[in-house]
Design a protein around this ligand. Structure first.
Ligand code: SAM
Length: 339
């Protein structure tokens, strides 16, 4: 079995793929309030192109893929796309990140197509606040989405909660209590400075997840726990007698670059070695720019794709320098890159 090892000895086994920059919500931490221009459809990678890239990535050593966006469930043809991915030998894990709105409609179909599990974004347990954070979303629909993911056995279900000071940090304990009643893996995520407008708000709203954890420790006995799908940056804990777990993702206050095992494919076909570095490799341009040569095309395309993936892996920096005070010149639109 091949392995993708970067210049710093890290094994890269995880590819995160944004299949669209479009979303039915406009979360305050993700998108600007002003009207926002989406990438034209022709510039978005076609499903066949994404499948082809993932096939080659798996040959090189990728074993896990997460489909994200934008909102991946707004893109037509998603069920068939997951079916195509399921056919790829040695692709062990296919997961998807969603706001949950369309899950009641899609959960069973996605499970049947071969999706293993879902992460669901949920930033408030209060209807009005949920609406404010998502700019118009429905908490009821998100909760229905969670129920349908349970029913379809898209397990384990991870909940992504971006914690923002003065917005939802007062709800941390309510989320923690949820793990006593339901087998949900709640992950508290540090607010990251993505995109211009979001950066302006950043310093006011940032709260370190480390700080949140320290406060919780004073009140609850958090036992460290391993969960089978924890291949990412979260460290998980459980309250005695709890059904679910609590995870902390400290992208800014405590970097986890040393164990970073991922690269990203953006919706318009660029490989991004590190979320916090503007370096990207244009894989779409490389494959769409190929001169048609029937005899060699298949072979050449595959080789070019593999070369571009290796190039991206070799460009992975040792670490990023982003912290609460230093946001450098990093500008990333999460929906394009894939959070
Ligand atoms: N629409 C889907 C959803 O809502 O889950 C998938 C895309 S969304 C960009 C994926 C994740 O990105 C969210 O769960 C959220 O945690 C994360 N995200 C986006 N902007 C962020 C920011 N500024 N800081 C921290 N996390 C962010």
């Amino acid at each position: 079995m091949n392995k993708l090892i970067d210049n710093f000895g890290r094994e890269i086994s995880y590819l995160r793929v944004s299949i669209t920059d479009r979303c039915n919500y406009r979360c305050i931490y993700c998108q600007p309030e002003r009207q926002f221009e989406f990438i034209p459809h022709r510039e978005i990678l076609r499903y066949e192109e994404i499948v082809e890239i993932i096939q080659e990535a798996v040959k090189l050593g990728i074993t896990k893929v997460r489909i994200t966006g934008g909102e991946p469930l707004v893109r037509k043809g998603i069920v068939n796309f997951i079916e195509q991915l399921r056919k790829i030998d040695r692709l062990e894990d296919i997961s998807l990140t969603t706001n949950g709105f369309f899950l009641p409609e899609y959960a069973e179909k996605l499970k049947d197509a071969g999706l293993n599990r879902v992460n669901i974004s949920l930033d408030s347990l209060q209807e009005e606040k949920y609406k404010k954070i998502t700019r118009g979303g429905s908490l009821e629909k998100a909760l229905e989405g969670i129920d349908s993911a349970f029913k379809a056995r898209l397990l384990p279900i991870k909940i992504n909660t971006v914690v923002m000071k003065g917005i939802n940090d007062d709800e941390v304990e309510d989320f923690v209590k949820l793990t006593l009643r339901r087998p949900l893996n709640i992950r508290f995520i540090e607010f990251m400075p993505s995109g211009e407008e979001v950066i302006n708000e950043f310093e006011n709203k940032f709260i370190s997840v480390q700080e949140i954890k320290e406060k919780l420790i004073k009140k609850y006995l958090l036992n460290p726990i391993k969960i089978s799908t924890a291949n990412g940056p979260a460290k998980y804990f459980q309250i005695k007698g709890g059904q679910g777990t609590i995870g902390f993702i400290t992208a800014l206050s405590q970097h986890f670059c040393k164990t970073c095992n991922r690269i990203r494919l953006t919706s318009e076909g660029k490989l991004r070695p590190c979320l916090f570095s503007n370096k990207e490799i244009d894989i779409k341009k490389a494959i769409r720019g190929l001169v048609r040569d029937k005899k060699n095309e298949g072979f050449l395309r595959k080789k070019i794709i593999r070369d571009k993936i290796i190039e991206a892996v070799m460009l992975k920096p040792k670490g990023h320098k982003l912290n609460i005070k230093n946001q450098e010149n990093i500008s990333f639109q999460m929906s394009r890159i894939g959070g």
